[in-house]
Design a protein. Structure first.
Length: 137
C-alpha cells in the first residue's frame, strides 16, 4: 500500500507524491513509517532519510526537521537537506576536518554547537557517499 507525502525544505518542495515507506532519523533512533502507521508527530535529528517511491528510492541527508503522519498522509519539513547525489566526499572530508579542528581549539557556546552539528552531519554524509560508491563499483 502507498500513502501520500509532502517533503518540504526551506528552499521549497523536494517531493510530493505517493510512497511505500519512509525511514527517518527520529531523536530516539531510526523509524520506518508504512501506510497504516498510527498518527505521529516526531522531531528529527541529523541523519539519513530513505523514501521508497514507486519509481525508486530517494536518499538524503538532513540536519533537523519534523515529521507528521495522520490519516494516510505525511509531511516532512526539513531545515537542512542534501540529496545523496549532491554529496561530494572531498567536501565532506574538508567540513569534517574543519569541525574537528574547531573542537580541538576548545571553542564554547554557539560555535561549539555549530561545530558539533557539522561533525555529526559529516559522518552521515560520509556514510551515504561511501555506500553510493560501493554500488557504483
Amino acid at each position: 500500500m502507498h500513502f501520500h507525502i509532502d517533503i518540504v525544505s526551506l528552499k521549497g518542495t523536494i517531493y510530493s507524491g505517493e510512497i511505500q515507506k519512509i525511514t527517518l532519523p527520529s531523536l530516539e533512533g531510526d523509524m520506518t513509517v508504512l501506510s497504516r502507521h498510527m498518527p505521529i508527530v516526531a522531531p528529527l535529528g541529523v541523519g539519513e532519510v530513505l523514501v521508497n517511491t514507486p519509481n525508486g528510492t530517494l536518499n538524503m541527508s538532513i540536519g533537523k526537521g519534523v515529521f507528521e503522519f495522520s490519516k494516510g498522509r505525511a509531511r516532512l519539513l526539513i531545515e537542512d537537506v542534501t540529496s545523496s547525489d549532491d554529496i561530494s566526499e572531498q567536501n565532506v572530508l574538508e567540513a569534517k576536518k574543519r569541525a574537528e579542528e574547531l573542537l580541538e581549539k576548545g571553542i564554547v557556546g554557539e560555535e561549539k554547537l555549530q561545530a558539533m552539528y557539522a561533525l555529526r552531519k559529516s559522518f552521515v554524509d560520509l556514510k551515504i557517499v561511501r555506500r553510493r560508491k560501493r554500488k557504483i563499483v
